[in-house]
Each structure stands twice: as C-alpha cells, then as structure tokens.
Write a protein that binds this ligand. Sequence first.
Ligand code: COA
Length: 331
Amino acid sequence: MPRTAIIGTGFDVPERVVTNDDLARWMDTSDEWIRERTGIEERRWVEEGTTGAAMARRAAESALADAGVAAEAVDAIVLGTLSPDHFFPGTGVFLQRELGLRDVPCLDLRAQCSGFVYGLSVADAWIRVGQYRTVLLVGVEIQSTGLDRSTRGRDMAVLFGDGAGAAILQATDEPNRGILSTRIHADGRFAETLWADASSSARHPRLSVEDLEAGRHFPRMDGREVFKHAVRRMPEVLGQVLEAEGLTTADLDLLIPHQANLRISQMVQKRLGLSDDRVYNNIQRYGNTTAATIPIALAEASREGRLRRGDLVGFVAFGSGFTWGASLVRW
Ligand code: COA
C-alpha cells in the first residue's frame, strides 16, 4: 500500500492588517488585554470583494508550484471551512472552477478548527486504497464578515482572522516518508459551546429580524470551557498517534498545533514537555483562522526551512463540535 506524502504547501492571507488598537476603536478592549490573554498582536481581514474561493485558489496555486505539479494532476479536492462563501454549494466547487478543473470531486468538510486534520484523514484513506493519487487539501476561512464588532462580541471578535492554506498530498512508495497515523474525534454534547445559531434551517424562518437584533447570527462560545477541553484533548490525541507508531514526544521534530490561543499552545507544549524550537506558532500575526491555521503554519514553517526530509512532524487540532484530532507525518 502506498503512503501519502505532503509534497507541496502554500498559503494566502489578505493584505489588510487589523491590529489590536484598530479593534479597540470599535469595541471596549485593549492591546494589552488581547496580547495577555491570547498572544494575538494582529490579524488579516479581507476587503469586500475577496471570496474564500479566491484565497483558496491562490493558496492552492502556491502549493502546486511548491510541489512542482500542474493543477491538472489533482484527482480530488477536500476543503475545510466553517465560513463557506455560500450556504450551498460548498466552496470546493468554486475553487475547482477557479483552478480551471472539471470533473474532479470536491468535498467540503465541516469540522471547524479540526478541518485540516480531518481532511488529512480522508485524503490519506483515499490515497492508500488507490482511489486517488493526488489530492488538494485546503483550509480557508473568512471569519471577519461574521463577527460582532461591538463590545457585545469582543470575546470572539478579537480572536479570529481570515486566510487560506493548502497542501498537495500524493501517493509515494518512498520508504520512511508520508503520513504515519491520524486519529480524529468528536463530542456533540458540546455542540453549542462554540457555535453560530442562525441563520439555520432549524429556525423558521432561517433568519428573522429578532435573530439579527439578538445577534444570533454571530458566533458565540463559552471561552473557558473551550480552553479547558482544548488543553486536555490536544495532548491526549497526540499521545494516541505517537503510541500507535511506537514513538514518544522525544521523537517529534516539529509540532504544528491549531492556532486558537497562544496560551492554549503553550499549555499543550508544557504538558508534552517540548522545547520552544519544536513548536510552531504564528497566531501572533494571524489570529485564529480556524481550518486554515494548520496549513498556513505548515506553509510558513516550510518556507522558513523548519522542515527537513525525514523530520517527524505532528499536527494537532481542537475546535467547535467539539472536534479534535492529530496526525504524524514523516517529512
Ligand atoms: N477585551 C477586554 N475584555 C474582555 C474581552 C476583550 N476582548 N473579552 C472578554 N472580556 C472580559 C469579559 O467580559 C470578562 O469581564 P467580567 O469579568 O467583567 O465579566 C473578563 O474579560 C474575563 O473574561 P473571561 O471570558 O473569563 O476571560 P478568559 O480569561 O477566559 O479569556 C478567552 C477569554 C476567550 C481569551 C479564553 O477563554 C480563550 O481563549 N478561550 C478559548 C477560546 C478559543 O480558543 N476558541 C476557539 C477554539 S478553536
């Protein structure tokens, strides 16, 4: 059975930088509060006219160039997002069209912050059984258009940013290369702990004037509950993939955790006993870009020369659902 190698990475973020001081002009918050609680210094927000599909295309083109393969080599697209350009169809088909591809299947994946790890699991299974040889995996998010920019929404609005990250996954017979193991989980008991209630098909009508006035179309969360579960589940699931391969944290060359909050990453790092140089964080510059955080961080780490052939790289994610997962890759 072949393994799945990550042969190229790419990312795209909007040019518009939104600093903590910018946010403090719209809501009652401060640079100090945001840095202290989250580590975030700035994030990118799209200008009107930029779609998720367009960012996804730029990230995908960069990943294809990095891999040295043409778009026509892509056999399937898997796209993770919680902020699709439209209710339906999924952003994947818009990306396919932007790339000039036809016929290849497009799977939109709704696993929120765990979208990239869930996508790795699906794409890896397809590749291993020989269904597809080359899969384009993208995480893309436009959070900024869905945030409550008033003081009412400050706990959420300061956290999130926009962006896209992409990876080209391809079958390889090279020994000692590729995805070793992936584990994914969910616990729907916590579905409303981090969610957006409206607009939704469960509501009649899907979106009412009252919903708008009450702000039910904005995401809401119990931040402390999310924090508590994230710092427990991420080390736990990483332990599962390491154990499956007979490895330990001492074998990890680089861990790329989902970028939800720098304090969460630091606590996970501490629990795993990893030194600073073995954990990649870029939340300071981008905030939480949900499904896009891991592929953006992976593409940046790759461009900074942080990944060498043979390195053991770990991905770990936790988010709304709750969903969580981890993957181990021999680079
Ligand atoms: N600026 C200033 N004050 C803020 C604020 C902001 N942006 N957001 C919330 N506050 C206030 C609260 O209103 C509260 O005030 P009160 O004590 O007068 O009621 C106070 O700060 C403390 O709020 P609390 O929610 O207890 O803070 P916290 O220490 O838990 O930090 C988070 C809040 C959101 C930073 C933190 O809970 C967190 O990061 N959780 C995980 C969230 C996450 O990662 N979500 C995505 C998962 S994928």
